[in-house]
Design a protein around this ligand. Structure first.
Ligand SMILES: CC(=O)N[C@H]1[C@@H](OP(=O)(O)OP(=O)(O)OC[C@H]2O[C@@H](n3ccc(=O)[nH]c3=O)[C@H](O)[C@@H]2O)O[C@H](CO)[C@@H](O)[C@@H]1O[C@H](C)C(=O)N[C@@H](C)C(=O)N[C@H](CCC(=O)O)C(=O)O
Ligand SMILES: Nc1ncnc2c1ncn2[C@@H]1O[C@H](COP(=O)(O)OP(=O)(O)OP(=O)(O)O)[C@@H](O)[C@H]1O
Length: 531
């Protein structure tokens, strides 16, 4: 997690008259505005405010932004925008206060207006879906750079604006931070933006003020129901991205029923991509994937359009789901208007869609005659875990070992299912902690173990004998799994991927699965040497 005080913003923002802003959005000043009042950027967190900012004090679940307005003014905020409740909390501030019914609803468009609509000066790609957003976004950015574009990237792992790179705090930033970021990208000569658009972000209006040139949909399965309530509401949030208010055209993977439903209901032009054999009676897809074959650590495949166009390329990331991500990335770039011949040539020169994606099927140790392969992945829901295990099984000569847990304070409904998925897909299941947050870590492990134990019975009935162990804390579980594995085995450490902070009881602990896995591999080497 990155502290809220870090933010990429334009170095030379352009001040805009506050009176023009108030008129444009119907913002009611509590007192007449000084004629010369100006704002040059927008912030919704006092900790990132800089001189000349408009501080937007939002009502929140835990606090009201108005409680931080005095500090924001102390940091140089030139004006405050809030709702009636916020205005009521503001003691006499010596800057203008503007009031609007729903500050969160206007925040995006206001920030876009103040920064001069930066998104409109970039070719913009927004990717949503339960799994694959990060991977697909890296592949789109990889292809855009291969095409000579200066790409900006915003997502779970990091934020890249030209040569500025910051670890991300949210998958999709709040609107004020996003618009400042886009303005900074424009300053750096960035001409293309690829970003992940989480369903939270759409529901919370973080991407208001952006109309994506191309929106992409990967898939939808159970996750985040603690926020959305049910799958229909979760789907509806994602489907909003495929409306004219938020995008100009869409590319939808129709390997699942939710993709089919989105393609049928989207109100922007959509191209469909099918990467799996079609179910009987399924509508024809515009693009289909054929001739998938192993290629290095990943797969080669052919994309074919109903109009006869074809594209043969590859991805270095393992698993059928990474063919889907790579296919989606390629079609999104084609949908933006880049000719097929240019994409084909760029991919040939760039070794296909082979961006290294931090913490996504990241190979920590390749495995050899003496040691197991060790892979770190971000799979943290049932669907992703099943697919990650299935992706590694074909290239695992020995046992498939998985080390994972479930996130505390999130989606308790998926814990048993994740335990069952691990037992169904692996030979050795090591249940440990993920990010317990404020929940009792042992209780979270117990819920995962309950689902796993139920599945062990079914596995034994099918003639398998998966081992099931509980090891905590997570660093010990990783070490034990790697030390106990044999040459030819694969150890998959799943759930946290690139993350370097584990939240335990409100305390941020340094924990990077890749660092722990590498340390365990070194410990094996020392043991082998001393043996
Ligand atoms: C559920 C959710 O998304 N909550 C977000 C929401 O919190 P909130 O409504 O409780 O806001 P609050 O903390 O009460 O603060 C109210 C206002 O005061 C401001 N404030 C608050 C504290 C302070 O010191 N100074 C200050 O100015 C805040 O910026 C905010 O404007 O607004 C906050 C301020 O922007 C966000 O930090 C917070 O994200 C929390 C941290 C979060 O965990 N969000 C997750 C669920 C999320 O958004 N995840 C998705 C990815 C999901 C996935 O696909 O995996 C993401 O896009 O990252
Ligand atoms: N297309 C896919 N279908 C199913 N699972 C996938 C797909 N792509 C990746 N995964 C699995 O999901 C995990 C998360 O992948 P990725 O980080 O690309 O998705 P994401 O949508 O960005 O996740 P998050 O929203 O949590 O950041 C991967 O580590 C992999 O195990």
């Amino acid at each position: 997690m990155t502290s809220p005080t870090a933010r990429i913003r334009p170095a030379a923002p352009v001040p805009r008259p506050l009176a023009d802003l108030a008129a444009a959005f119907g913002l009611a000043p509590t007192r007449p505005l000084p004629a010369q009042a100006q704002v040059s950027a927008v912030a919704s967190d006092n900790r990132v405010v800089a001189a000349g900012d408009l501080f937007v004090a939002l009502p929140g679940a835990r606090s009201h932004g108005a409680d931080f307005a005095a500090d924001a003014v102390g940091r140089g905020a030139a004006a405050v925008l809030t709702d009636a409740e916020g205005a009521g909390r503001l003691a006499d501030l010596d800057v203008p206060v503007l009031v609007v019914d729903d500050p969160r609803r206007v925040l995006g468009p206001v920030a876009a207006w103040v920064h001069g609509a930066p998104a409109e000066q970039l070719v913009t790609f927004g990717i949503t879906g339960t799994n694959g957003k990060t991977t697909t976004s890296y592949q789109v950015d990889h292809l855009l750079r291969a095409l000579g574009r200066r790409g900006g990237l915003v997502g779970t792992v990091e934020t890249r604006a030209g040569d500025q790179v910051l670890p991300s705090r949210l998958t999709t930033p709040e609107a004020a931070d996003l618009q400042a970021l886009l303005a900074a990208m424009r300053e750096h000569g960035v001409d293309a933006l690829t970003m992940e658009v989480s369903s939270h972000a759409i529901a919370m209006r973080r991407v208001d003020g952006v109309v994506y040139d191309v929106a992409g949909f990967t898939n939808l399965s159970q996750d985040h129901l603690d926020f959305h309530g049910d799958l229909d509401a979760y789907f509806a949030a994602k489907a909003e991205l495929f409306t004219p208010e938020r995008s100009r055209r869409g590319v939808v993977v129709v390997d699942d029923a939710w993709g089919e439903r989105l393609a049928a209901t989207a109100t922007v032009p959509v191209e469909t991509v099918r990467t799996l054999p079609a179910a009987p009676g399924a509508p024809a897809a515009d693009w289909t994937v054929h001739d998938v074959a192993p290629a290095g650590t990943g797969s080669a495949f052919t994309l074919r359009h109903t109009d006869g166009r074809t594209l043969r390329t590859a991805t270095s990331l393992p698993g059928g789901f990474n063919v889907a991500n790579a296919a989606l990335a390629a079609v999104m770039v084609l949908a933006s208007g880049v000719p097929l011949a240019e994409v084909t040539a760029a991919l040939a020169a760039a070794d296909g869609l082979s961006a290294r994606v931090p913490g996504r099927m990241e190979v920590v140790a390749p495995g050899d005659a003496r040691d197991p392969r060790v892979v770190v992945d971000f799979a943290h829901n049932t669907d992703a875990l099943e697919l990650a295990l299935a992706a590694l099984r074909p290239t695992t000569a020995g046992r498939l070992v998985v080390v994972f847990g479930a996130t505390g304070d999130r989606d308790p409904g998926k814990r048993g299912a994740m335990g069952a998925a691990a037992v169904a897909g692996a030979d050795v299941v090591v249940v440990t902690d993920d990010d317990p947050h404020d929940e009792d870590a042992a209780a979270v492990r117990a819920a995962v173990l309950a689902g796993a134990r139920d599945a062990v019975g079914a596995a034994r009935a099918a003639g398998r004998a998966p081992e099931l162990v509980e090891v905590a804390p997570r660093a010990d579980a990783i070490r034990r799994a790697v030390l106990d594995a044999a040459p030819g085995d694969t150890v998959l450490v799943a759930g946290r991927g690139h993350e370097t902070i584990q939240e335990v009881g409100g305390v941020d602990l340094e924990l990077d699965d890749r660092v722990e896995a590498r340390a365990a591999v070194r410990a094996r080497a020392e043991r082998n040497t001393s043996a």
